[in-house]
Design a protein around this ligand. Structure first.
Ligand code: FES
Ligand SMILES: [Fe+2]
Length: 372
């Protein structure tokens, strides 16, 4: 039911149908570089985290020689999961299957298969854990489920990584982490992120801080507005310097930012489908996205300061985190409302307006990846 005059969204069923979800897991989540955290999330050898990605489970750990490794959480014997906990430390630097106790080194080699004899014909070196590609970028850890990744991490990062080149990302430490389980499809989350058409109604406080958002557009150019020639890059209202309720901060500012970044007060870098980063003069925030089920998405929000920031100004961190936390909650609520309504039996497709150009572009990206 295509129409000359307007643009339609993806079919509504793509936002809840389990078969469609599986297609997307394979074609999109199975091939992209996925941000799963920071190097410091694995401080010592043997520390691990388990990550659900759709129906897959991945374990990431650090070996004795200080290298991070990612493996499928599946034993090479008969396929049991290895790791039942979401995180912890492997005892004795061994990954031991809870079923028949095959045991693996932290770098994935099979070390022992109890009672295996020569007549079984099993050579330990033929059964390492299923390895997952892992790379790091400025302290962030990415994995790729494709056994031979067709795209490089650089292709995922460029050009957006350049926007935040002046922030000392490798020297950050997370001072607050919050996780949210959203009852919505992962695409609903991204589509909400990609447009500001909802901002005037959904984010009244944010619109006071970022005046252009009141227009329903993300920037002055798209809104067709002239910017103050005295402050041509400014995004925050005059006097405000960061994202907080009053626009002010007591935290130290990052050194080395340029005039443009200081004036803007907010710089976004987006690495779809798993992460966006917002850099301010005093702190950096990331939002990580993981598709868990057709109607379930896990969000992990981190607030980072420079790791040399002295004794933690806890009250100030609370204050800053409260503001972005409110914006995240407002978006989460809007996403969940969208998810509930999109299941209507009469609703086959929605329509897109001009401020939703980026949503249209995102849906094209999804279609292309699915080979449509
Ligand atoms: S399934 Fe792991 S040891 Fe048997
Ligand atoms: Fe929003």
């Amino acid at each position: 039911m295509s129409h000359e005059k307007y643009r339609e969204t993806l079919p509504a069923s793509w936002f809840y149908d389990p078969l469609q979800f599986r297609r997307e897991l394979k074609a999109i989540w199975g091939r992209a570089w996925l941000c799963i955290g920071r190097e410091e999330d694995w401080p010592a050898a043997g520390d691990f985290h388990r990550l659900p990605i759709g129906a897959e489970q991945i374990i990431v750990t650090r070996s004795e020689d200080d290298v991070l490794h990612a493996f499928h959480n599946t034993c090479r014997h008969r396929g049991s999961i290895l790791c039942e906990a979401d995180s912890g430390t492997f005892a004795n630097r061994r990954i031991v299957c809870p079923y028949h106790a095959w045991s693996y080194s932290l770098s994935g080699e099979l070390k022992q298969a109890p009672r295996a004899t020569e007549s079984d014909g099993i050579r330990l070196e033929d059964f390492p854990l299923y390895r997952v590609a892992l790379e790091t970028w400025r302290g962030f850890v990415f994995i790729n489920l494709d056994p031979e990744p067709a795209i490089s991490l650089d292709q995922t990062l460029e050009p957006e990584a350049g926007y935040v080149a002046r922030w000392p990302l490798e020297q950050l430490r997370s001072v607050r982490r919050e996780s949210h389980r959203l009852r919505c499809n992962w695409k609903i989350f991204w589509e909400n992120y990609l447009e500001c058409y909802h901002c005037p109604g959904v984010h009244p406080d944010l619109c006071r801080l970022v005046p252009v958002y009141r227009t329903g557009y993300m920037d002055y150019q798209d809104a067709g507005l002239e910017q103050d020639p005295q402050r041509p890059h400014a995004m925050l209202r005059p006097g405000a310097v960061t994202w907080s309720q009053d626009g002010f901060t007591d935290l130290p500012w990052f050194k080395g930012l340029g005039e443009k970044e200081l004036e803007a007060g907010m710089t976004f870098a987006t690495f779809r489908p798993t992460m966006f980063l917002v850099a301010h003069v005093d702190y950096v925030r990331t939002v990580r996205v993981m598709a868990v089920g057709p109607e379930e998405t896990e969000l992990t929000v981190d607030w980072y300061l420079h790791r040399d920031t002295g004794p933690l100004p806890a009250a100030e961190i609370d204050r800053l985190a409260a503001f972005a936390g409110q914006v995240v909650s407002e978006d989460a609520h809007a996403c969940e409302l969208n998810q509930q309504g999109i299941r209507c039996s009469r609703h086959e497709q929605g329509v897109l307006l001009e401020p939703e150009d980026c949503v249209f572009e995102f849906e094209q990206w999804v279609r292309e990846r699915l080979g449509e």
